[in-house]
Design a protein. Structure first.
Length: 340
C-alpha cells in the first residue's frame, strides 16, 4: 500500500495539464468519490492495527498535497487564459464605449494660460496647504481683516495658523521670495473658502492670478494686458471697463467688466440688462507687498490680477450652476467634446 501511495503522490507532482478542463478531470480522478484516493481509504480499513498510524499520516499528506496541487494549477490557468488558437470572431461589431473628454474647467484653464503665455508669462505653482504669512500677512492683510475669520477660511491648525489657501496669491508671494524682478508669472490652482454651496458659490473653486514686476510698470500696461486677454478669450469685439475697488495687496485697485458676449452689450438676462459682466479684480502691487518679499519698491513696480476659472467658464459656455462642474455627470461633460 505504501508503494501505491508513493506512486499516486509522484503522479500528482508530475501532472501537467494541457488545458483548464484537464485540471478538473484530474481532480475527479484523484479526489472524487470514486477516485484513487477514495480507493486507498477503503483499502486502509483492512490494514493491520500496527500499520494504521504510519499509513494514516501518509494518506493525509497525500490528500493535502493533491488539493494544493489542484489549486495551484487552477490559479495558473486563471492567470494564463487558455489559448484556443483563435483571436475571436472578427465579424462581431466593435466596442461602443464612449470616449472621454476634457473637463470644461481644464479647457478654460488651459486657454487662459495659453493666452498669457503669448505675452511672456510662465506658469508658477504652490502648495494648497499654506501658512498665514503667504496667504495673508505678506499680502498686506491687517490682523482684523474679515478674511482671517473662521467664516471664510478653512483653518487646519492655530498658533501658528495653517490653512487651506483662499486664493492663489500665495503663489505670487512664494515667487517674489525666490526670484528677483523681472517677474512675469501666471498662477493657476484650486482654492478653498468656507461658503455654503449653491448654484453661484462653492467651497472649492479654481483661480488664475497673474503678476508682472519690473522697472517702470504702469497701470496702462495692466489695462492693455487685460484688454488683450478679453479679446482673445471673448472675441475681437470685446470691450472692457475698470471700476475703482479695494484689495489689501494692490493700490490702486479695480474690478474689470467685459462687454456681454451673449447680447453684444445691448443688455440681456445674463448681464441683468447692463451689457457688462464682471470677470476679475486687478491693481498695482502695493509697495508694502513688494517690501515684505524683499523687493525694492523704489526701483520696481508691478501689477497683479486674478479671476475665477468657473466664472469665465460660465460666461463662455453659458453654464449657470457651479455645482455641475463638480458632479462629473457624463451627460454634462460630453457636451464639451466639440470644444477639444
Amino acid at each position: 500500500m505504501i508503494e501505491k501511495i508513493n506512486d499516486l503522490l509522484r503522479r500528482v507532482e508530475e501532472f501537467k495539464p494541457k488545458a483548464a478542463a484537464d485540471i478538473e478531470e484530474f481532480r475527479i480522478k484523484v479526489l472524487g468519490k470514486k477516485g484513487e484516493l477514495t480507493a486507498l481509504m477503503e483499502e486502509f480499513k483492512a490494514v493491520a492495527p500496527e500499520m494504521k498510524r504510519e499509513l494514516g499520516q501518509q494518506l493525509n499528506r497525500l490528500k493535502t498535497r493533491a488539493l494544493e496541487r489542484v489549486n495551484e494549477l487552477k490559479a495558473q490557468a486563471a492567470r494564463q487564459p487558455e489559448n484556443t488558437g483563435s483571436i475571436g470572431d472578427m465579424t462581431r461589431p466593435g466596442s461602443n464605449d464612449a470616449p472621454g473628454t476634457r473637463h470644461p474647467i481644464s479647457l478654460v484653464r488651459n486657454e487662459i494660460v495659453s493666452i498669457f503665455s503669448r505675452l511672456g508669462y510662465t506658469v508658477a505653482e504652490g502648495p494648497e496647504i499654506e501658512d498665514d504669512w503667504h496667504v495673508f500677512s505678506a499680502l498686506n492683510f491687517p490682523p482684523e481683516h474679515p478674511a482671517r475669520d473662521m467664516q471664510d477660511t478653512f483653518f487646519i491648525e492655530k498658533n501658528p495658523d495653517i490653512l487651506l489657501r483662499t486664493h492663489t496669491s500665495s503663489i505670487q508671494v512664494r515667487t517674489m521670495e525666490k526670484q528677483q524682478p523681472p517677474i512675469r508669472v501666471i498662477c493657476p490652482g484650486r482654492v478653498f473658502r468656507n461658503e455654503a454651496i449653491s448654484a453661484r458659490a462653492h467651497c472649492i473653486f479654481h483661480q488664475i492670478e497673474g503678476l508682472y514686476i519690473d522697472e517702470h510698470v504702469s497701470f496702462a500696461d495692466l489695462k492693455q494686458s487685460i484688454l488683450y486677454f478679453a479679446k482673445e478669450c471673448f472675441g475681437e469685439n470685446a470691450r472692457i471697463r475698470l471700476r475703482p475697488s479695494y484689495f489689501p495687496f494692490t493700490e490702486p485697485s479695480a474690478e474689470v467688466d467685459v462687454s456681454c458676449n451673449l447680447c453684444g452689450g445691448k443688455g440681456c438676462n445674463v448681464c441683468k440688462g447692463t451689457g457688462w459682466l464682471e470677470i476679475m479684480g486687478c491693481g498695482m502691487v502695493d509697495p508694502n507687498v513688494l517690501e515684505a518679499s524683499g523687493i525694492d519698491s523704489r526701483k520696481y513696480s508691478g501689477f497683479a490680477f486674478g479671476m475665477g476659472v468657473e466664472r469665465i467658464a460660465m460666461l463662455k459656455f453659458g453654464v449657470k450652476d457651479l455645482r455641475l462642474y463638480f458632479e462629473n455627470d457624463i451627460r454634462f461633460l460630453q457636451q464639451f467634446e466639440s470644444v477639444l
